[in-house]
Structures are given as structure tokens and as C-alpha cells.
Design a protein around this ligand. Structure first.
Ligand code: BGP
Length: 485
């Protein structure tokens, strides 16, 4: 008998910028992810130097002038904006209980600061979420999965500005008023810690305009903490009993050895990369190690009076995180480095890696669930987990992705173990339930889905959907509530 609670929320996740396409339709404004374009040499250079993907002024100008979609995979996505009805049918057939997607701010307020919301955008989400409910699928809505209206960058400077906080609050209020009865779980920010590890996605800052980049990043982060608290406050006021979560990308790290230096480094990595963000959102205050961390990074941020009270009075109802992998912690520079989600890190000799070098560690999921629950005693949701792979569509239109089944099976097993450990884990939205454009590499050929989308990196293909072997596996997993894996 499986240990998953009988109402466990088996689900799947996508994000607007990676799936929707229709970048100029429905009266949508230009958003910050519409500006990311594929340039293999540049992306490679960034990765090799272990730098985050940044937006430079030159790239920003190039992208603003470009009219085409050729080099801009996010402008195409998988055309989910037009295919959602058919895609939801497949999700329903799979037995999915929860669908996580993000709302595109630039569809609701095309410029961010427009006097009125865009009715076409509101109608799109109303139709999408109503259909989910008709099919018995609950909705987990990410209010912001990286992309903000570009106008908020050119006019105010993105998240560095208090104006963006003000307009974000108004955007949230519009969503709560218009879509409140159609959304079951709200997530104000996707991976709020990516402000530091992927600053264009997280902060929407143009790098060469920022002399003190670290400082700017943490100023943005503070504004996002304030914005998060304002979202929690408004949701609880407008929709009493609503559930609002806080999410991070979970960088699970183990001490590389039992050498005390490595153990200490692991504690620092956990605090600085993960818990700093969940501490603020769940405990409602800047943790005691903040001062030292800011000192070391040369950061001195501005807070307005009332910010600290606001953050302390409006903490989140549950925690969520994405989990893909783990890394080693050590300040010994001689370790082999491997790439990973948002960050590269030290290689663990006991683990295998995906095609993109991300270390596969199912037990790390149980470890991180125990740590998260032990620290906060709040219900937990795994908002993302999955494996990016180069799938092959065979002549019979099948995709034999046994590697994905194995990855998912082992992670589901470890979630069950964590539940047996006493962790209040209530849902799992596996990442990229249907193939979408990769956020890190902009490739379509880095696939996560249990549903194959016939589209290549250049956007060519029929855009037809095909069930992979993992589709049938996940369907069985859901039907037996995790018993038959
Ligand atoms: C997370 C993001 C997602 C997603 C995922 C996989 O950090 O929230 O948007 O894309 O990582 O990353 P990638 O697409 O780079 O493989």
C-alpha cells in the first residue's frame, strides 16, 4: 500500500514564457523573456566562465529591434496559447490532479503600468482555468515566472525600483479579484532565489548599466520580498482561506568530505543559497546571518519604514521548491565542476548525470524534504522535478524514454519515504509535463515532458503531440496513487 495521502496532488508544471508563444497576440505587451535570443557562442562563454546568463545593453538593444521569431524560441514556445484545449485533454487522460502554469504579467497589463487591465488576457486565463476545473484538475498559478513587461525595465529599472513593486501589487490584486475562484494555490514568485543566480530572469536588470551589480541584485531581492508579502496580504484579504506559497530553486549540498571546513562550507551554502530566501518568506524576518553575508558580498540595501513589519506579518502558507539535483560543498578549488540548474557546482563521484551534466540524486529529494519540513513545519509542495533529455520520436511515433521513467520512479519513491519520515508533502508538479522550450539553454531539444511536441530548436515541425512511454507510466502512477511504479 502506498503511503501517499489519498488526496495527494499529482500534477505537472509549465511556464508561460516557455510554452505559450503568441508573443504579440491577444494584446499582450513585450515581456523580458521575449528578449532572450539564442546565440550558442555567447551562452557557451557564459557557462564556461561559470557566469549567470545576463542581459547586456547591447543584447537588449538588438532584441528590442528584432521583429522575428527565428532566434527567439520563447516567442514561439509550443503555441500553448492556441493548443491548450487539446493539451488539457491529454492531462485529463493522464489523470492529472493539479496543473501549474504561470500567468504572463504582460498579458494582463501589457506595459505593467497601464491604467486598466487587458480584458483579452483576463479572458484567456478564465477560459483556461475554467476548463481545468471542468476536467477535475486543480490550478496552481505562478504569478511571476521570471518575465515582467519590458516597459517596467525601460521606464523604471525593473525590480530595482519601488515602482515595480507597486505595479506588481496591483497586478496581483487584479488576479485575485478576477481569477480568485478559479485558482487553488498561488505562487507569487517562481524560484525567488534565482534573482542571485540568474539575474536577468530574476531581477530584469541590464548588467552593464549596473556598476554595483551585487548590490543591485539584493536591492531587487528585497523588493521581491516586499512584493511577496504584499501578495500574501492581498490574497488573504480578498480571498480568505486562500493558500499562497513561497518557492526557491533548491540547491541541495553535501559536505564534500567529513573535513570540518567542508561541513562548514555546506552550512554556508545552504544558508546563503537556499534558506536565506525561505527564512524571510516563511519566518518573516531577515535571518541572523544576513549581516555577515551582505558584508562579504559588499551589499548594503535600502529598506523603507514598514517593510520589516509587512514581511513579518505576511508569511507564506506553504513552501514549494524545484528539485533537480545536488552538489558538493567545499572550498577546495580542485574539484571537478559540473553544470546544473542555474548554477554549476562540484561533482559528486557517487552520482550519475543527465545529458546536460545535472547530477541525478533521488535520495537528495528525501533529504531536502526532511530539512525543509524540519526547519519550517509548513506543508511542502515539489513544484518542479524532472529530467531534460534528448528524446527520439521513432517511426511508429513512440518515444521510449525509459531513462525518464527511471528518474521519475526513483524520485517518487523518495517522496514516499519522506512522507513516511513524517514530512507533510501534499503535491508534486513534475516539470515540463509537456515538452517546452528550455529556460536555461533555449533549446527545444532539451525535453522534460511525458508528452512529446514535434518541434525542433529552430521551431520547425508539425507541433503535433505524442504520448511517450513515460505518459503511460505516470498515468499508472497517478491511478494507483504511487503504488504501482
Ligand atoms: C527551473 C525553472 C524552469 C525550468 C527548469 C529546468 O529553474 O523554473 O523554468 O526551465 O528550471 O531548467 P532548463 O529548462 O534550463 O533545463
Amino acid at each position: 500500500m502506498s503511503r501517499f495521502p489519498k488526496d495527494f496532488l499529482w500534477g505537472g508544471a509549465i511556464a508561460a514564457s516557455q510554452a505559450d508563444g503568441a508573443w504579440q497576440d491577444g494584446n499582450k505587451g513585450l515581456d523580458t523573456q521575449d528578449l532572450r535570443y539564442f546565440d550558442a557562442a555567447w551562452e557557451n562563454e557564459m557557462r564556461q566562465e561559470n557566469r549567470n546568463i545576463n542581459m547586456t545593453a547591447q543584447r537588449f538593444t538588438n532584441a528590442m529591434q528584432a521583429e522575428n521569431t527565428e532566434m527567439y524560441p520563447f516567442r514561439r514556445g509550443i503555441d500553448f496559447y492556441y493548443t491548450w484545449k487539446e493539451d488539457l485533454k491529454l492531462f485529463h487522460e493522464m489523470g492529472m490532479k493539479l496543473f501549474r502554469t504561470s500567468i504572463n504579467w504582460a498579458r494582463i497589463y501589457p506595459n505593467g503600468d497601464d491604467p486598466k487591465p487587458n480584458e483579452q488576457g483576463i479572458q484567456f486565463y478564465k477560459a483556461l482555468f475554467t476548463e481545468c476545473h471542468r476536467l477535475g484538475i486543480k490550478v496552481f498559478a505562478t504569478i511571476l515566472h521570471y518575465n515582467i513587461p519590458v516597459h517596467l525595465v525601460t521606464e523604471y529599472g525593473g525590480w530595482k525600483s519601488r515602482e515595480t513593486v507597486k505595479y506588481y501589487e496591483r497586478y496581483c490584486i487584479t488576479l485575485f479579484e478576477e481569477l480568485g475562484d478559479l485558482v487553488d494555490y498561488w505562487l507569487p514568485f517562481n524560484e525567488i532565489n534565482c534573482s542571485r543566480f540568474n539575474p536577468w530572469n530574476g531581477c530584469c536588470l541590464i548588467k552593464d548599466q549596473e556598476a554595483e551589480y551585487n548590490h543591485a541584485i539584493f536591492q531587487c531581492t528585497h523588493h521581491q520580498f516586499v512584493a511577496n508579502a504584499l501578495a500574501v496580504k492581498a490574497a488573504h484579504k480578498i480571498l480568505p482561506g486562500s493558500k499562497v506559497g513561497g518557492m526557491i530553486a533548491r540547491f541541495t549540498s553535501y559536505p564534500a568530505t567529513c573535513k570540518p571546513d567542508d561541513v562548514m562550507q555546506s552550512i554556508l551554502d545552504e544558508n546563503y543559497k537556499n534558506y536565506f530566501y525561505t527564512d524571510v518568506m516563511a519566518r518573516g524576518k531577515y535571518p541572523s546571518y544576513t549581516e555577515r553575508m551582505f558584508e562579504e558580498l559588499g551589499v548594503d540595501i535600502e529598506k523603507e519604514s514598514g517593510d520589516i513589519e509587512l514581511i513579518s506579518e505576511n508569511t507564506v502558507d506553504f513552501l514549494a521548491y524545484s528539485y533537480y539535483m545536488s552538489m558538493l560543498s567545499s572550498n577546495d578549488p580542485n574539484y571537478e565542476i559540473t553544470s546544473g540548474n542555474l548554477l554549476s557546482g562540484k561533482k559528486n563521484p557517487y552520482l550519475k548525470s543527465s545529458d546536460w551534466g545535472w547530477q541525478i540524486d533521488p535520495i537528495g529529494l528525501r533529504i531536502s524534504l526532511n530539512q525543509m519540513y524540519d526547519r519550517y513545519q509548513l506543508p511542502v509542495m515539489i513544484a518542479e522535478n524532472g529530467i531534460g533529455a534528448k528524446d527520439i520520436l521513432e517511426a511508429d511515433k513512440g518515444v521510449h524514454d525509459d531513462y525518464r521513467i527511471e528518474y521519475l520512479r526513483e524520485h517518487v519513491r523518495q517522496m514516499e519515504e519522506a512522507i513516511a519520515d513524517g514530512v507533510d508533502l501534499f503535491g508534486y508538479t513534475m516539470w515540463g509535463i509537456i515538452d517546452i522550450v528550455s529556460c536555461g539553454t533555449l533549446e527545444m531539444s532539451k525535453r522534460y515532458g511525458v508528452i512529446y511536441v514535434d518541434r525542433d530548436d529552430a521551431g520547425h515541425g508539425s507541433n503535433q503531440r505524442y504520448k511517450k512511454d513515460s505518459f503511460h507510466w505516470y498515468k499508472k502512477c497517478i491511478a494507483t496513487n504511487g503504488d504501482d511504479l
